[in-house]
Design a protein around this ligand. Structure first.
Ligand SMILES: Nc1ncnc2c1ncn2[C@@H]1O[C@H](COP(=O)(O)OP(=O)(O)OP(=O)(O)O)[C@@H](O)[C@H]1O
Length: 571
């Protein structure tokens, strides 16, 4: 790969804090990895480490793969052991929460993550006059002028909580050692603020931190980074403010936008889009007001719109598949996008997991594993299911298994449950099997032997009414993954929300939109709905199809044509 001058300028800049504003498809991944290695080279024999932090495990995997490839050819002198890639939450969990937060929380054991569904959390609900109690898992944390506050809801729909009441609940939960995802950030901030030695040690160990996708940094993450900056850490931000689509979660992109104007921070730009064909970049430029340049030469593909109605989605998908075949694009390299999870479920004709109670957990886990390769979600369900079959499991066991257990026996048990979840041949049976006869019989047999193993090695007996709990009464004698008789078949191309494909490059995108989404897309990146449209458009390498409801086709046609879309007529 021949790096551009802009990419090289970022990679080879002298040591120091930087703000890199980059367009979609500009090779942030390749640039960030090389910068990471270059920083470590500049640090010479210093013992300090460099961390590259991002938001998703997928991004971390991509960075790690790229890093491994480059690392092979590096001279021995580069100290690659002192280079780390992690998610922001993963990084702060291992360096702050797990080893140190319990002291600030007042807990007598290491902190552990709870998902929100644990029964014991019902004792930590926030009671409001004349309304339902708010579960503590719905508490969100903000920071203004260095003071933390608790709220619930999102965006304009948020509700500031009674701070004294909320703080009492958070503190009481903290004393048990438990924290929810959102409260984790609160405890990181509190731990670093209240234990200066921990902050100092972290800053000494990681004098250089790069944050990718930094438009998604929320208020609390920003304040955590500010603490490190004050302590001398050089923080570099890389991101694209036009792709900020987590405003509802408190990330408004302002940290990235203003960072380059700070004293001591150098600003850089990446303005060449390596991903998309020129017509797609023209639209992205028009939406964002940028003038990014294409790298690829024109070739068949581009931007098109067509009408659809919900009753005829199959026809829409057929046409899309035909077009992929004509262009020689693989169906696996294409995606169908929708705005929300409900819509995704409808478009993909998703199969409802059959069963009740613990059986639903196992059937859903098998479907998640086999239909979506969502192993972690499947593991969570299997863990909860299995723990609910144990007579005398310690309280919070399922949550501890999902978090980061420290006790050796729990780590072993977690490995056993992971093995059971992943292995369709010896563990959780395949969802291709007939539900009532084959799948259920195998599940029962394997769960029984798993429980025997757990009793022998860990001392937990299983519940008495196992047969009842694992009843097959809701299973049909059809493959578990077969649609119910009234259900639809799926489109055979993966269907995702726009948020799920953030960061990806995809050959062909079909965005099945509603009128409001199209208007927002055409309105540009000034607001979050517009940025969501922008993210959808800029995932596409060769082809972007916008499916427009027939009911508003006439009204939107002129705007779409003037934005550069070609129309695909019916027939
Ligand atoms: N110098 C280069 N020459 C050729 N291809 C490049 C170069 N730099 C990056 N690319 C390619 O550009 C594509 C897009 O890169 P990448 O996915 O890192 O974009 P990104 O900046 O993260 O985009 P987004 O923010 O939209 O997700 C990748 O296929 C990558 O291999």
């Amino acid at each position: 790969m021949k790096l551009s001058d802009e990419q090289l300028a970022v990679i080879q800049a002298p040591l120091g804090a930087m703000a890199v504003t980059a367009c979609a498809g500009s090779g942030k991944t390749a640039t960030a990895i090389r910068r990471l290695i270059y920083i470590r080279q500049l640090m010479k024999s210093s013992r300090g480490r460099v961390a590259l932090l991002s938001f998703s495990n997928v991004a971390v995997d991509t960075f790690n793969k790229g890093f491994q490839q480059l690392a092979i050819n590096l001279p021995d002198g580069v100290n690659l052991k002192r280079v780390e890639v992690d998610t922001l939450d993963g990084f702060f969990t291992s360096h702050v929460i797990r080893p140190h937060a319990h002291r600030t929380m007042g807990a007598n054991q290491a902190a552990f993550l709870v998902s929100g569904s644990e029964p014991f959390l019902s004792g930590f609900s926030y009671w409001r006059d004349g309304s339902f109690p708010l579960p503590i898992a719905e508490f969100k944390v903000g920071i203004a002028d260095g003071k933390t506050f608790f709220y619930s809801g999102t965006g304009d729909n948020h509700e500031l909580l009674d701070q004294a009441k909320a703080l009492e609940l958070v503190g009481r939960l903290g004393r048990t050692g438990a924290y929810t995802h959102d409260l984790g950030r609160y405890w990181i901030y509190k731990t670093l603020s209240n234990q200066p030695a921990v902050l100092r040690a972290l800053a000494t160990r990681y004098p250089q931190i790069l944050v990718d996708e930094s438009q998604d940094l929320g208020m609390v993450h920003q304040e955590i980074l500010e603490l490190l900056i004050k302590e001398g850490v050089q923080v570099s931000l890389i991101g694209d403010a036009n792709q900020g689509i987590y405003g509802f979660a408190g990330a408004d992109g302002s940290f990235l936008r203003s960072y380059s104007t700070r004293e001591g921070v150098s600003g850089f730009e990446l303005t060449r889009n390596y991903r998309s064909l020129p017509p797609i970049i023209d639209l992205a430029n028009a939406l964002s007001g940028r003038e990014d340049k294409p790298y690829r030469e024109p070739q068949p593909g581009g931007l098109y719109f067509l009408g659809y109605k919900d009753a005829e989605l199959e026809r829409l998908f057929d046409r899309f598949r035909d077009c992929l075949d004509e262009l020689g694009l693989q169906h696996e390299q294409a995606v169908i996008l929708a705005r929300g999870a409900d819509r995704v479920a409808k478009l993909s004709g998703e199969v409802e997991p059959p069963g009740r109670g613990v059986m639903t957990a196992f059937t859903e886990a098998a479907l998640l594993r086999d239909q979506h390769a969502r192993f972690l979600d499947a593991f969570k369900l299997v863990s909860r299911g299995v723990v609910s079959l144990l007579e005398d499991a310690p309280s919070g066991l399922a949550s501890k298994l999902l978090g980061a257990p420290q006790e050796e026996w729990m780590l072993r048990l977690r490995r056993v449950l992971w093995g059971f979840t992943r292995d369709a041949d010896a563990g959780l049976p395949s969802s291709n099997l007939l539900g009532e006869s084959e799948w259920h019989a195998l599940l029962l047999q394997r769960i029984r032997s798993l429980l025997v193993h757990i009793q022998r090695d860990y001392g937990f007996a299983s519940v008495a009414n196992l047969g009842n709990k694992l009843s097959k009464r809701d299973l049909r004698n059809a493959p578990l993954n077969a649609a119910s008789p009234v259900g639809k078949q799926g489109p055979e191309i993966r269907v995702e929300t726009v948020h799920q494909v953030k960061g990806e490059s995809i050959d062909a995108v079909l965005y099945v939109a509603k009128k409001a989404h199209i208007e927002a897309l055409l309105g540009g990146t000034g607001d979050e709905e517009g940025r969501i449209g922008y993210v959808a458009v800029t995932r596409a390498r060769n082809l972007f199809w916008l499916a427009v409801p027939n009911s508003c086709l006439k009204e939107l046609r002129p705007k779409l044509v003037s934005a550069g879309f070609g129309e695909l007529t019916n027939g």
